[in-house]
Write a protein that binds this ligand. Structure first.
Ligand SMILES: Cc1cc2nc3c(=O)[nH]c(=O)nc-3n(C[C@H](O)[C@H](O)[C@H](O)COP(=O)(O)O)c2cc1C
Ligand code: SF4
Length: 475
C-alpha cells in the first residue's frame, strides 16, 4: 500500500485550531459547528448512527485502536439501567499531548461528538474525565459546557428532539492509571483509581455497574465529520481498515516538535524529516518510540514505516496514543530506559504482583546499570522479568512497562553491555531533564512543573506557565 499523501491532505480535526478564539461557541457556530450533531439527532436513528460509525472503520484513538462502532454495539439494548458516556481526557501517556490541543482549542468539537455518541448509545448522562494538571483545558471545557447549555445544545429537548444530555467535567488528581478505562471509572465513582478485571467490559458493566461507553477525546472529535461527510469519505483517508485523520505528537530531538494532524498511513520518515523538521543539530536518528512510551522502540533502520494501526502492529510495536518520541544518535539508551522505568514503577497501582514488583525490579536493575553497578546477567534478568509481566495482570500497565524495556534492551544491548563493562566511574552523558528536549519522556519532571500549576488552579498567571510543545501547533 502506498503511503498516505500528507501534503495534499485536508486537515479536519485541527483545521481551526491555530485561529484566535477557536475555543468559543461563537467561533464554532460561525464555522459550521453543531451541524453534525443536529443531523445525527434529527435525521438518523441511534442504530443508523452506529452503522455509519461501524462503516467508517473509525478506530479508537486512546491507545488500543479498538473499532469504535463495534464497541458501541456491545452496549445492551434492552437494559433498564441508565447508560453513560465517558470521555477519556486523562492524556497521561509520556510523549502524548494531542488531546490537549483539542481540549484547549476546540472544546465544542468534543461536546458535539459527545452528543452524537450519547444519542447513538442511549446515554443521557455523560462525563469528561480530564487530567488534573490540564488547568487551562479544564477551564476551557467548563466554559464551553456552560455556553452549550445556554444555547440549548445540552440539557433537555436538544435540537427540538426527544433527546437530552447532561455533561459534567470531572478533574482527575494526576494518576496515569486513571487513564485506563476501568481505573478511570473507579476514580469517577469516588474510589481509588484501581483498574478492574475485564470482562465485564465497561460497555456492558461500567460506571456504577451500568453500561458505559468510554471513548478517547480524539475518537469523539471525529464523529461529526463522519456524520456530515459520510463513512465512504472517512474510509478514503489512509488505510481502509484503520482510516482517518490522526493527531501525532512529535517530541524529542527534532527541530520542530509539536502536534501534527496527518492522514493515517503517513510514512514515519516523512513525519520526522519533513513535518517535524528533521533531527536537530544535524545529527542522525538513533531510535523512535512511535506510539507513546508504552510502545516498543524502533531502531534507526526500522523507520521506513506507514504510521497506521496494522503496519505498526506487524512491525512489533503500536500506534498507541500517537506520541512519537525521537532520540538522536547521542541519546544514552540506558538513561532513557531508566527514566521510563522510574515512571512506570511510580504509576503502578500495586494491585497485581507482577506489575507492583516487576516495575520495581525493572527500575532497580536498570538503575544499577545506570549507576555503574550493573552485572552482565542483569540483561537476561530484565528480559525474563518482562516476560513474566506481559499478559498476566489486571490491566496492561505491566505490559506497557515491559514493552519499552524488552525492546530497548534487545535492540541496544551492546550499549548496555558497554556501560556494565565500564562500571563505576565511567563518564556519563548528561540526560536532559527539566526543559530539555526529552521532556516528554521525562514525565516526572513535567509533572513537577505542572503540579506547580495545580497549586494555583484557576489563576491566569498559572495558565500562562503551562508548558507547551513547540512547532506544529503550539500556544
Ligand atoms: C495505563 C493506561 C493508561 C491509559 N491512558 C489513557 C489516556 O490517558 N487516555 C485515553 O484515551 N486512553 C487511555 N488508555 C486506554 C483506555 O483504557 C481506553 O482504551 C480508551 O480510553 C478507550 O477509548 P477509545 O476506544 O476511543 O480509544 C490507557 C490505558 C492504559 C492501560
Ligand atoms: S497491572 Fe499494574 S497498574 Fe494495572 S491493575 Fe495491575 S498493578 Fe495496577
Amino acid at each position: 500500500m502506498p503511503y498516505a499523501d500528507y501534503k495534499t491532505f485536508e486537515k479536519v480535526l485541527t483545521r481551526h485550531a491555530d485561529q484566535p478564539g477557536s475555543h468559543t461557541l461563537d467561533f464554532y457556530l460561525g464555522h459550521g459547528g453543531y451541524e453534525g450533531a443536529r443531523k445525527a439527532v434529527t435525521q438518523h436513528t441511534p442504530d443508523q448512527i452506529i452503522d455509519i460509525v461501524k462503516a467508517s472503520n473509525l478506530r479508537g484513538r486512546g491507545g488500543a485502536g479498538f473499532p469504535c462502532g463495534l464497541k458501541w454495539s456491545f452496549v445492551p439494548k434492552g437494559s433498564a439501567k441508565p447508560k453513560y458516556l465517558v470521555v477519556n481526557a486523562d492524556e497521561s501517556e509520556p510523549g502524548t499531548f494531542k488531546d490537549r490541543v483539542l481540549i484547549e482549542r476546540d472544546p465544542h468539537a468534543i461536546i458535539e461528538g459527545m452528543l452524537i455518541a450519547a444519542y447513538a448509545n442511549g446515554a443521557r448522562i455523560s462525563y469528561i474525565y480530564i487530567r488534573g494538571e490540564f488547568v487551562k483545558g479544564y477551564c476551557r471545557l467548563v466554559e464551553a459546557v456552560k455556553e452549550a447549555y445556554q444555547k440549548g445544545f445540552l440539557g433537555q429537548k436538544i435540537f427540538g428532539a426527544d433527546f437530552s444530555l447532561e455533561v459534567t467535567v470531572h478533574r482527575g488528581a494526576g494518576a496515569y492509571i486513571c487513564g485506563e478505562e476501568t481505573g478511570l471509572l473507579s476514580s469517577l465513582e469516588g474510589q481509588r483509581g484501581l483498574p478492574k478485571i475485564k470482562p465485564p467490559f465497561p460497555a456492558v458493566e461500567g460506571l456504577f455497574r451500568c453500561p458505559t461507553v468510554v471513548n478517547n477525546v480524539e475518537t469523539i472529535a471525529n464523529l461529526q465529520h463522519i456524520i456530515l461527510r459520510g463513512a465512504d469519505w472517512y474510509r478514503s483517508i489512509g488505510p481502509e481498515k484503520g482510516p482517518g485523520p490522526k493527531l501525532l505528537c512529535v517530541s524529542g530531538h527534532v527541530n520542530r516538535p509539536g502536534t501534527y494532524e496527518v492522514p493515517l498511513g503517513i510514512n514515519l520518515l516523512d513525519l520526522i524529516d519533513d513535518l517535524a523538521g528533521g533531527i536537530w543539530k544535524g545529527r542522525k536518528v538513533k531510535a523512535v518510540i512511535p506510539g507513546g512510551s508504552s510502545a516498543k522502540v524502533l531502531a534507526a533502520h526500522e523507520l521506513n514505516l506507514s504510521m497506521d494501526f496494522d503496519t505498526l502492529a506487524a512491525a512489533g510495536t503500536m500506534l498507541g496514543s500517537g506520541g512519537v518520541i525521537v532520540m538522536d544518535e547521542t541519546t544514552d539508551m540506558v538513561s532513557a530506559l531508566y527514566n521510563l522505568m522510574r515512571f512506570y514503577h511510580h504509576e503502578s497501582c500495586g494491585q497485581c504482583t507482577p506489575c507492583r514488583e516487576g516495575t520495581g525490579w525493572l527500575e532497580k536493575i536498570v538503575g544499577r546499570i545506570y549507576h555503574g553497578r550493573g552485572r552482565m546477567e542483569d540483561l537476561d534478568l530484565l528480559l525474563n522479568i518482562c516476560d513474566q509481566m506481559v499478559g498476566k495482570t489486571i490491566c496492561v500497565l505491566a505490559d506497557a512497562a515491559a514493552f519499552p524495556c524488552e525492546s530497548i534492551v534487545k535492540k541496544f544491548r551492546p550499549e548496555f553491555e558497554e556501560m556494565i563493562r565500564k562500571g563505576k566511574g565511567h563518564e556519563r552523558r548528561v540526560f536532559p531533564v527539566a526543559g530539555g528536549p526529552l521532556i516528554q519522556i521525562g514525565a516526572l519532571s513535567r509533572h513537577n512543573q505542572e503540579r506547580r500549576e495545580e497549586q494555583h488552579p484557576m489563576k491566569e498567571s498559572a495558565l500562562k506557565r503551562a508548558p507547551a510543545p513547540v512547532g506544529g501547533l503550539h500556544d
